[in-house]
Write a protein that binds this ligand. Structure first.
Ligand code: PLP
Length: 456
């Protein structure tokens, strides 16, 4: 076994400002240094191996060590390492990727814009909604409606769309004009005796009431993840999105589908929008677009939006938006190769087929004393720990029970994450095997047993 590199640990503490980390605690805990990996496994700098049931950040869809992606990047680096997209410039992989995405879209889409992250894609979507309404002489339409517990990223706009307390605390966010309505939490949301369909109708009525209260002439767009991810993995009732669309159509409000997690197979379809009947005007995607091998995200817009903003850009003289690294040819070449692998290896169908395997291995956990709910679709599952199964009472946040379970998993060589505080994410790569799912479910059960014993 290799020795831990103490020097690197000290350097990390001394000079690395970490993302989504307790900065003070890091001064004593130091980093976990990931040194390598293969498929669904990674190992740290001591050589300890972990089975990654979170696929990086629900993103490493082809696992580690994919030679085809490495070769696609190397080829493109040698052909053309960089070209920009301002002022009519383009490059072959960028053109092919934009075209491939428009052809893959779940509903008719007209154009694709490339950026480097999911946050940037959502930021761009909001700016385009504003530009659209300005172009249509309705500049009062500025407000964006998102949902409670949503996660849409970390730029100032994307964090304002997000509704997780730690993403706002200390930053003075959300910015004014970002609203949040209830999310389709089918575990705790429905009232006594209320069916899922009735619950969905009630949520659509809440949206309608919010729009009327604020004034429809002030609302630009509504944004939603088809399956809510970081907030706690909430799969919506089947009627939820069709009902939401009906309400939005009543007032001409745009619908943005944030497919950053769901896009490219996670729910067993190419898009979460297909799994849950979402009819978006704009779609954002990232993560599995390149299997996370390189930073790239895509925003697609429909023809109605395109025509309007094209006219506006003509009158202004330029569409004043874009990034140095938006449309990076190497990232685009890797994304194209990723999509080819999904198609050639039929990985989206594979994810759909593995739904039954996940169900078979995870649903028995409902009998565990700490588990209140197990929910998901395809390869996007959550196991929710609760203080009281009967009343569905959550643990006190200070008890950090979700984090304790994920830490216990980690000690046993299983990587997962407690999202929304108390939901263990089971969201492996699309190449995961049945055996790996079974091993992971066994390790999670052991970890739950351990934490249950500690709590007694
Ligand atoms: N949207 C969703 C649904 C996400 O889960 C994330 C990240 O986890 C983002 C947007 C932000 O993406 P990024 O971290 O690439 O900015």
């Amino acid at each position: 076994m290799a020795r831990r590199n103490t020097n690197l640990r000290e350097m990390d503490i001394a000079s690395h400002l970490h993302a989504q980390t307790n900065l003070k605690a890091h001064e004593t805990t130091g980093p976990l240094i990931v040194a390598g990996g293969e498929g669904c496994y990674f190992y740290d700098d001591s050589g300890k191996r972990y089975l990654d049931m979170h696929a990086g950040l629900w993103s490493l869809s082809l696992g580690l060590g994919n030679e085809r992606l490495a070769e696609a990047a190397a080829r493109q680096f040698k052909t053309l390492a960089y070209a920009q997209t301002f002022g009519h410039r383009s490059s072959e992989p960028v053109i092919e990727l934009c075209d491939a995405l428009v052809n893959l879209a779940p509903v008719p889409m007209s154009k694709t814009m490339l950026q480097s992250s999911g946050s940037e894609a959502n930021d761009t979507a909001v700016k385009i909604a504003w530009y659209y309404w300005n172009s249509r002489n309705e500049p009062g339409r500025r407000k964006i409606i998102a949902r409670k517990r949503a996660y849409h990223g970390t730029t100032a706009v994307a964090a304002s769309l997000t509704d997780l307390p730690h993403m706002h605390a200390g930053f003075g966010l959300p910015l004014p004009g970002f609203l949040h309505v209830s999310c389709p939490d089918t575990y705790r949301g429905p009232n006594e005796g209320e069916s899922e369909a009735e619950f969905a109708t009630r949520l659509a009525e809440e949206l309608d009431a919010t729009i009327r209260r604020e004034g429809p002439e002030t609302i630009a767009a509504f944004i939603a993840e088809p399956v809510m991810g970081a907030g706690g993995i909430y799969t919506p009732p089947d009627t939820y999105f069709p009902k939401i669309r009906e309400v939005l159509d009543r007032y001409g409000i745009l619908l943005i589908a944030d497919e950053v997690i769901c896009g490219f197979g996670r729910t067993g379809s190419w898009w979460g929008s297909q799994s849950y009947g979402v009819q978006p005007d704009m779609i954002t995607s990232a993560k599995a677009l390149s299997s996370s091998y390189l930073p790239i995200s895509a925003l697609m817009i429909n023809q109605k939006i395109y025509e309007t903003i094209a006219d506006k850009s003509d009158s202004v003289g330029v569409f004043g938006h874009g990034y140095t690294y938006g449309g990076h040819p190497v990232c685009a070449a890797v994304a194209l190769e990723t999509i080819r692998i999904y198609q050639e290896d039929a990985l989206i169908d594979r994810a759909a087929g593995l739904d039954a395997v996940m169900r078979r291995h995870l649903e028995p956990l409902k009998d565990h004393p700490l588990v209140g709910d197990v929910r998901g679709r395809g390869l996007m599952w959550g196991v929710e720990v609760v203080a009281d199964k009967q009343t569905k009472k959550a643990f006190e946040p200070a008890q950090k029970v979700g984090a304790r379970v994920s830490n216990a998993c980690f000690q046993k060589g299983l990587n997962t994450r407690a999202v929304g505080g108390h939901v263990l994410a089971f969201t492996p790569a699309l190449i995961v095997t049945e055996e790996e799912i079974s091993t992971a479910a066994g390790l999670l059960t052991d970890a739950l047993d351990q934490v249950e014993a500690e709590l007694k």
